[in-house]
Design a protein around this ligand. Structure first.
Ligand code: GLU
Length: 509
């Protein structure tokens, strides 16, 4: 049997309860395979995982695939892939197995059937023979409402005789839970505090459908009990289902777990998060060049805070400090700009070797094929030059392309700097080419000294001379610090580009 206890409740600013947990912590992430994993699902997974790791407990993944009408092939694989990418490991569940399996609810149907039978024989549930509405794509809440509305049926009061007759006629039926008609059901939510419902407002919900599959309500209660879940931490949208679950726990004689409903995630316009707020599917973040560690940090702050000022926080620190009293009640705001800023900060922390490694798939995806494969050692020297300048790895190809291209075929007029003409520009290019061909010392300090002297001799300002050089070497007016860049580019490439610039410029004159 599970044991955990709540210590003294102390009200805090942003949360109702402070509590300690003792006994084994077992939490679960219970996705339904009904679509691609998005920030909402994964934030739930992350908070459960952090809570388990903080308490040295177990994190379980359970696939809630009982709503056959809404199954989307590939969504569980994408969900598991998302977790793996984020380094959120699970102790029990698909692939890894465990003692409380199977972890797919569709493989546990006999359990739900037995429980439904038991509830019927105890008088806590009854067969309902009213016709059913067809399954639809609506949300759990809408379905609950629909189920409530359709619960106007009289089957609860059928006589034994009627029931026998109906079953002999082989009329299809569902099993409904017989909600108590009086009293209240109270949920002591660890985040939201105490919430209560009048039982008369909770109609007789379906627990077993006519296709033989349980509804979410029965399956979740059965499995949370059988898998010895100590804390159910899930999105706030499930709070209205909780009194039904508590009634089921009671009818089955099970001790319920603790509940903690996580705040909603809203867009920066405070509307429910959706596609129009930008990327929300986990795969998109990956494709957009977000680092998993940055996304973890970002998601941690969607409802949790170390204090009122810390934004950048390592996963280890979060694990050490992950108590539920730091979870806010108010909605979390999803701010793409902040994610990008945070990602940039994480990019800066990578070693050159690591950054090169992380950039490589993006280069392979986005660079022209004739520039591939990329020389890793060269990339490791390029990467630090750009580290401060990129916010996401998605920029990798654009920002490094000129390092790999043979020669830049830019519009020669862009080489002429303000206050210069064609003649002075051509002289500057030739002088630079001479100097850069004559030396073998491509350390940036040497290049700086040599080229600054050349510029002075030509009576050009630094801005002008270096502008000519930069454009000739990269085809762009903006680049990382010029001399460091030339050092990495190396003599062969630099000289070839200067030559190319002189030739093209002369031909165009
Ligand atoms: N299967 C539900 C979902 O996909 C999980 C609800 C719960 O955690 O109880 O969100």
């Amino acid at each position: 049997m599970l044991q955990y206890q709540l210590s003294v409740f102390i009200p805090l600013d942003h949360c109702l309860w402070r509590f300690d947990v003792s006994g084994e912590v077992r939490v679960r992430f219970a996705p339904s395979p009904t679509g691609l994993p998005h920030i909402g699902n994964i934030r739930t997974a992350l908070f459960n995982w952090l809570f388990a790791r903080h308490h040295g407990g177990k994190f379980i993944v359970r696939v809630e695939d009982t709503d056959q009408a809404r199954l989307v092939p590939g969504s569980i694989e994408a969900m598991l892939e998302g977790l793996r990418w984020l380094n959120i490991d699970w102790d029990e569940g698909p692939v890894v197995g465990g003692n409380s399996g199977p972890y797919y609810q569709s493989e546990r149907l006999h359990i739900y059937h037995d429980l439904a039978e038991r509830l019927v024989s105890q008088g806590n549930a009854y067969r309902c023979y009213c016709s059913q509405k067809p399954p639809s794509q609506d949300t759990q809440e809408q379905r609950d409402r629909r189920v409530s509305a359709s619960a106007e049926c009289k089957c609860r009061d059928l006589s034994q005789e009627d029931i026998v007759k109906l079953s002999v006629d082989q009329k299809s039926n569902v099993v409904r839970f017989a909600m108590p008609k009086e009293g209240v059901t109270r949920v002591k939510d660890l985040i939201r505090g105490e919430v209560e419902w009048r039982n008369e407002t909770l109609n007789d919900f379906i627990i077993l459908k006519s296709d033989g599959f349980p509804t979410y309500h029965l399956a979740v209660v059965a499995d949370d009990h059988l898998m010895e879940i100590s804390h159910v931490m899930r999105a706030e949208e499930w709070l209205p289902s909780t009194p039904r679950h508590l009634q089921l726990f009671e009818a089955l004689g099970y001790e319920p777990p603790q509940f903690a409903h996580l705040p909603m995630i809203m867009g920066s316009d405070r509307a429910k998060l959706s596609k129009r707020h930008g990327a929300t599917a986990i795969g998109e973040f990956k494709d957009n060049g977000i680092l998993p560690e940055a996304l973890i940090n970002f998601m941690v702050l969607l409802g949790w805070a170390l204090d009122d000022k810390t934004d950048l926080v390592s996963t280890q620190t979060v694990i050490e400090n992950f108590t539920l009293n730091r979870i806010t009640k108010s909605s979390a705001i999803f701010d793409q700009e902040k994610l990008l800023w945070m990602n940039g900060m994480y990019v800066r922390e990578l070693t050159p070797v690591e950054l090169a490694k992380r950039m490589t798939p993006f280069l392979e995806r986005d660079l022209p094929k004739d520039l591939l494969p990329v020389d890793q050692q060269y990339l490791q020297r390029i990467a630090p030059l750009l580290q401060e300048r990129i916010k996401s790895l998605e920029e990798s190809a654009y920002i490094t392309e000129y390092f790999f291209k043979a020669d830049e075929k830019f519009d020669t007029s862009t080489i002429i700097q303000k206050g210069m003409d064609r003649d002075s520009t051509l002289s500057a290019l030739k002088a630079a080419l001479d100097g850069l061909s004559a030396t073998d010392d491509y350390r940036h300090q040497n290049l700086e000294e040599m080229l600054n002297a050349t510029g002075e001799k030509l009576e050009l300002s630094r801005r002008q001379f270096l502008g000519v050089l930069r454009t000739a070497a990269t085809g762009r007016s903006v680049s990382p610090p010029l001399f460091e860049m030339l050092e990495v580019l190396g003599k062969d490439r630099t000289v070839s580009r200067m030559k190319n610039a002189v030739e093209r410029f002369s031909a165009a004159s």
